[in-house]
Design a protein around this ligand. Sequence first.
Ligand code: FA5
Length: 363
Amino acid sequence: MSGPVTGPHGPSGAGPAPLDRREEAARIVAEGLRAVAEAASLEELRALQAELVGKRSALAGLGRSLGSLEPEARRVVGAELQEARSGLEEAIGSRRSALEQAERAVALQSDRLDLTEVLAGSSRGHLHLLTQTRDELEDVFIGMGYRVAEGPEVEDDWHNFEALNLPAAHPARGMWDTLYLDQGDSESILLRTHTSPVQIRVMQTQPPPIYIVAPGRVFRRDTPDARHLSTFHQIEGLVIDRGITLGDLAGTIESFTTAYFGPGMHSRLRPSYFPFTEPSGEFEVTCPICAGSGCRTCTGTGWIELGGCGMVHPNVLGAVGLDPEEWSGFAFGFGIDRCAQVRHQVPDMRVFLDNDLRLLTQF
Ligand code: FA5
């Protein structure tokens, strides 16, 4: 506080004299600063703030009593009280920042998750078998010169059906029991039933030649059983180039089969029907359990179905503006879950969704 006030003391009975007020203010400031420095929490500090500089504080009371002083003394003491108040407010502000910082540090420490921690007796996490399978399938096709493409899981009717040569009310739509979303026009937005709409999206956005695979999640109203799930994964393949033949498709499937399943495994095509390919086939691989001699798993045939395939239908090329006279191609789509099941001889596909450590730690 600055020097002594030289003005006359107030009349007796009209509050403390200026000097008393200044001593009182100095005492309040000294005690206040000590209390602020010792405040242990933001809550304690808030209470102190009201006590020291609030409307009902002793300092405010002193300020209110200045009216009884001579004008000059009122001005000087008033300025000193204001200075005392500012000093206290400044100290409260910096103590608040320090306490807030300390509280944040404690909260951060208690919220911290050590993701690298390995608890004794537990195993380190790793990719799920289905993710590993998808990665390996991608690697096989990347090794054969393909690129990886992606498409949305929520699709529109045009990409999932119409552009794939499946107009509304086409009987073959029944091949896919579809989950529709309550969006837009009735039955216009759906959860994709297969990865084939990615064929359309790729052909719409990039000119041939096209060599892509598109892995992803698909959805159907299928009842889960040992070989079916209602949410599962497929990998789509699409080749569009000049002069592509059925022989290229068969050779590609055979190369993939031996690369992914091993040298003893082979593939074969069986005639089938898909509206977006002509001719169409289903491709099967050697049953890994009986090595082709016939067992219960392969119903005695020695073969297990993996997916569908065929030569891209001219109507599909037309839907995306490609000239079927110039371009031809093949497409295939097979189950990633089915691949993992066959390769690792998992009897029931539903275990892939159980998150049971006894299964997860085997792969
Ligand atoms: C299709 O989905 C066609 N889009 C495949 C295709 C693509 C044909 C390109 C021609 C050209 P399909 O419904 O048959 O076809 O399914 C293909 C594969 O997905 C099946 O062979 C099987 O391996 C897998 N799959 C089908 N339904 C399920 C299911 N509910 N659970 C697990 N895997 C399934």
